[in-house]
Design a protein around this ligand. Structure first.
Ligand SMILES: Cc1cc2nc3c(=O)[nH]c(=O)nc-3n(C[C@H](O)[C@H](O)[C@H](O)COP(=O)(O)OP(=O)(O)OC[C@H]3O[C@@H](n4cnc5c(N)ncnc54)[C@H](O)[C@@H]3O)c2cc1C
Length: 411
């Protein structure tokens, strides 16, 4: 495999880099500002790049998408606010939606006119997603039938700002649990939908709990067939893993470069922390681990370029990068000592990125706390290990009726 970029790719990279340099995002404190930034990215052709042209995308090659993601990471440019719509929900609608659903919803995801959330997890159903209890019952109204929704969801990312959600609800409790689930488009701005933001340990509230009390969904808002929800959820989840590893690598590299500068500026026992042999060894290990991730990124990219889709082995990458991030953030805390815990007031020479501070997420403390999330969302580390054991290594399965990975969430 040739790991060099072609001359054409290098030219494309330079164009993207120049565009990023000429279009600083400005403040992104409000939802309107975040939507406007996504619109700017979209107008430049950098949102939904891999989507078909007929739905507002660019039909771009995986390599071009990877280059844009890398350059955005290099420039420390924030991504599009409608992340779930772009990563998972739009692709699912494009594959499984009716023509009317695609016409009505897809382009508005790209322009950030509608923000979407994913209503899957419930208080007692996370890894074992097929056990969801939220009910959808088809009832007759004066002007026709509608699905009536009752129940509760939790950990709904973007819930506090979402206009629509994709909802998994049980439509038939009498059949085996995977077969009785359907997949709906739900209008979040209707009576009977209550969104309660959840404050996280990081201080921000990207999550919400969502309660349904006789909320309604018109029959044309089912995606796929009644009872096909589990199958469609697997497709959705399939888009979630292994997407932009190379952009992650670029972010880690930038953070490591900064860490070396910080270690140089800090002194302990009268010596620069960078001279401490134990710290040097750990920094070296970090560099090697990120390099491993870079090659994993190339492996996925070359598969995508050949028109293949990464399979169950992308669980290895998800497990690796999320656990690696947790390890690295813990080491960074060791290196910084008490400074690592400061959310405000950190001296400039020790801060994560003094030139492009954007808010909460620009502190070491925030990154440390947030690293925990990576080993939980999109399928926890234990679930990834189950998948690797059963589907990649083909280890013998446990002879239990309701076995782990067969019924559990992959995303
Ligand atoms: C940052 C973040 C964003 C999220 N966004 C969304 C969202 O937008 N929409 C949404 O629907 N959900 C979202 N989630 C929820 C997420 O999908 C669940 O938290 C996840 O699936 C785990 O489920 P749980 O929290 O119920 O934990 P549980 O499933 O109760 O797991 C608890 C512990 O048991 C372990 N465990 C469970 N089953 C097994 C098994 N079979 N074998 C071995 N170990 C097992 C788990 O690994 C974990 O350590 C988000 C979560 C996070 C952290």
């Amino acid at each position: 495999m040739d790991l060099n970029y072609s001359a054409e790719d290098e030219q494309f990279r330079l164009r993207v880099r120049q565009w990023i340099a000429e279009h600083p995002p400005g403040p992104l404190g409000t939802l309107a500002q975040k939507k406007a930034w996504q619109r700017t990215l979209y107008d430049a052709g950098y949102v939904g790049m891999g989507w078909p042209k007929e739905f507002g995308g660019q039909d771009a090659r995986p390599m071009e998408q990877a280059i844009v993601a890398e350059e955005m990471a290099r420039g420390d440019v924030p991504g599009a606010v409608n992340s779930l719509a772009l990563g998972l929900i739009g692709p699912t609608l494009i594959v499984h939606g009716t023509d009317e659903q695609k016409r009505r919803y897809v382009q508005r995801m790209l322009t950030a006119d509608d923000i979407w959330c994913q209503l899957y997890s419930e208080p007692d159903s996370g890894s074992d997603l097929a056990s969801i209890k939220t009910r959808a019952v088809l009832e007759a109204f004066e002007d026709g039938n509608r699905w009536v929704i009752n129940g509760q969801k939790v950990w709904t990312s973007l819930g506090p700002i979402a206009d629509y959600g994709v909802l998994l609800a049980r439509t038939d409790p009498s059949v085996p649990k995977h077969q009785g689930i359907s997949y709906f488009i739900l209008d979040m701005h209707q009576p009977g939908v209550e969104v309660r933001p959840l404050k996280q340990i990081t201080g921000s509230s990207e999550f919400a709990e969502v309660f349904f009390n006789n909320a309604v969904v018109p029959p044309e808002n089912i995606i796929g067939r009644e009872g096909q929800g589990w199958e469609l959820a697997q497709t959705t989840l399939g888009f979630e893993r292994g997407g932009s590893l190379l952009a992650r690598v670029t972010r880690h590299q930038a953070s490591m470069r900064r860490l070396v500068e910080v270690a140089q500026a800090m002194s302990r026992d009268g010596e620069s922390v960078l001279e401490d042999p134990v710290m040097r060894q750990k920094l070296g290990r970090m560099v090697v681990e990120v390099e491993v991730l870079r090659y994993a990124g190339f492996r996925i990219l070359s598969k995508l370029e050949q028109g293949k889709r990464p399979g169950a082995e992308s669980s290895i990458d998800k497990l690796y990068y999320s656990e690696m991030d947790k390890r690295h953030q813990e080491f960074i805390q060791d290196l910084l000592g008490p400074y690592g815990q400061l959310e405000r007031g950190l001296p400039d020479e020790l801060s994560l990125n003094s030139s492009t501070l954007r808010g909460d997420d620009a502190t070491w403390a925030y990154n440390f706390l947030w690293a925990r999330a990576g080993t939980i969302y999109a399928g926890s580390s234990e679930i990834q290990k189950n998948i690797i054991g059963e589907r990649v290594l083909r280890l013998p399965r446990e002879p239990r009726a309701d076995r782990a990975a067969a019924g559990s969430r992959e995303g």
